[in-house]
Ligand binder design. Structure first.
Ligand code: FES
Ligand SMILES: [Fe+2]
Length: 413
């Protein structure tokens, strides 16, 4: 007979908190006395006190700020991208003149990393001051990926013959050829890059030398009243297929029925689309706060796209809701970097308790839902759009596509 694994201290504490929440505990005192009654062990074996519990929740919650924990899939390869001939081409590969989230902040270190986004190969690294830099992943000497090189004094040094390129894309050293006239030439494309809210954002544009506007972020990421985690993964589908899913509230009642968060509510609704300052919001006519019942699209051409969704927690988990903010970033025609923030407007010990439970178990539970999306969406080809029969429940999908199409037409013109 095998050994029975013993539950960790963290798991036992999370079990206790969940059991007490399901029984209706809402205030700190109820958790403190409940944990003592349940016999959940405290850090030093003494009876739980309010101060002890809040200290523990803070310690186990990973503190403030956005954290993300997903391994990235580095890519090195040939960087050339064919110019888009039509709006469809452009949309397939990704709209330009926008900021895109390309990685979580902890994926970029002082070693160069190669990433493909919007069909373009990038190399990113941190300089000596910790600032993130982004260039085309292409050595101007003979085309080796710079991401195979290393960082020397904040510049990227190509692995092949040691050309050194600075963050402005200028050749600053050709070690094999002293006095080489190439030194001083701006030779590599620079991508505007920002590190915000636990993530790396890159601006994609075919206009050279432009200074983009600063990325416009939603309140959930800028206000200290909100607390967030960033989730990232990759799917094998076109980004537009994944984006359709982000503006399709009713799929929650079918694809995700039977899951922890989305097994509730009606399966029949009329969707209502209402204009919002930079896009539109979508609601069900007969339900709010039960399943996926509300979302909002914020599209600022030239700046950024956000899709915001509200997901309720079941009453047994304490009720309330969390927000999902994000949209898929194209990698290439058939691969998508899927990312979103999960955020709650919550403060004090309740924030720490949520963050602790998120890290200990809620993220893994939510993963069941995300996995259902992945399996289904990877099985839908972009060409399915040529044979669709859309229903009233697709009204937001249609609106989203029209917004993007209008911008693509404008960019191609
Ligand atoms: S290809 Fe990069 S130094 Fe030669
Ligand atoms: Fe879904």
């Amino acid at each position: 007979m095998g050994l029975t694994p013993t539950k960790s201290y963290d798991d036992l504490l999370a079990d206790g908190i969940e059991a007490l929440t399901a029984k209706g505990a809402g205030e700190l005192d109820a958790y403190v006395s409940g944990l003592n009654e349940l016999g959940v062990q405290s850090p030093r074996g003494a009876r739980w006190t309010a101060a002890m519990l809040t200290d523990e929740l803070l310690r186990l919650s990973a503190g403030e700020g956005v954290s993300a924990r997903a391994p990235l899939h580095p890519v090195v390869g040939r960087p050339f991208t064919a110019a888009s001939a039509s709006s469809e081409d452009l949309l397939r590969g990704g709209l330009l003149d926008l900021w895109y989230l390309v990685a979580s902040a902890n994926d970029v270190t002082d070693r160069p990393i190669g990433l493909k986004r919007l069909g373009r190969n990038l190399v990113l690294w941190r300089d000596a001051a910790g600032a993130v830099r982004a260039l085309e992943d292409y050595c101007p000497h003979r085309g080796a990926p710079l991401s195979l090189g290393r960082i020397i004094e904040g510049n990227v040094s190509c692995a092949y013959h040691g050309f050194e390129i600075d963050a402005a894309g200028t050749i600053v050293a050709v070690p094999a050829t002293p006095d080489c006239p190439l030194v001083g030439q701006a030779a590599v494309r620079v991508y505007p890059v920002r590190e915000i809210a636990g993530a790396i954002y890159v601006y994609f544009s075919d206009k050279l030398g432009i200074t983009p506007p600063e990325p416009s972020l939603p309140e959930e990421l800028t206000s200290p009243e909100w607390s967030s985690f960033l989730f990232t993964t990759e799917w094998k589908c076109n980004w537009q297929v994944a984006l359709d899913n982000r503006v399709d509230p009713l799929h929650g009642s079918f694809l995700h029925s039977g899951t922890f968060t989305l097994g509730y509510g009606r399966q029949d609704s009329e969707l209502k689309v209402e204009p919002a300052p930079h896009g539109f919001s979508t609601v069900r006519n007969n339900q709010r706060g039960v399943n996926i019942d509300w979302h909002e699209v914020e599209f600022r051409p030239g700046n950024i796209l956000w899709v915001r969704t509200e997901i309720p927690y079941p009453a047994s988990a304490g009720g309330g809701s969390f927000r999902i903010n994000g949209h898929p970033t194209p990698i290439d025609d058939d691969t998508t970097f899927v990312w979103f923030y999960r955020s709650r407007k919550i403060s004090g010990w309740r924030r720490d308790m949520w963050r602790f439970l998120y890290l200990n178990r809620l993220e893994a539970r939510a993963q069941t839902v995300v996995e259902q999306d992945r399996v289904l969406l990877e099985a839908i080809s972009l060409e399915a759009r040529n044979r669709e029969k859309l229903a009233q429940s697709d009204i937001a999908v249609g609106r989203m596509r029209r917004l993007l199409r209008e911008e693509a037409d404008r960019q191609i013109a």
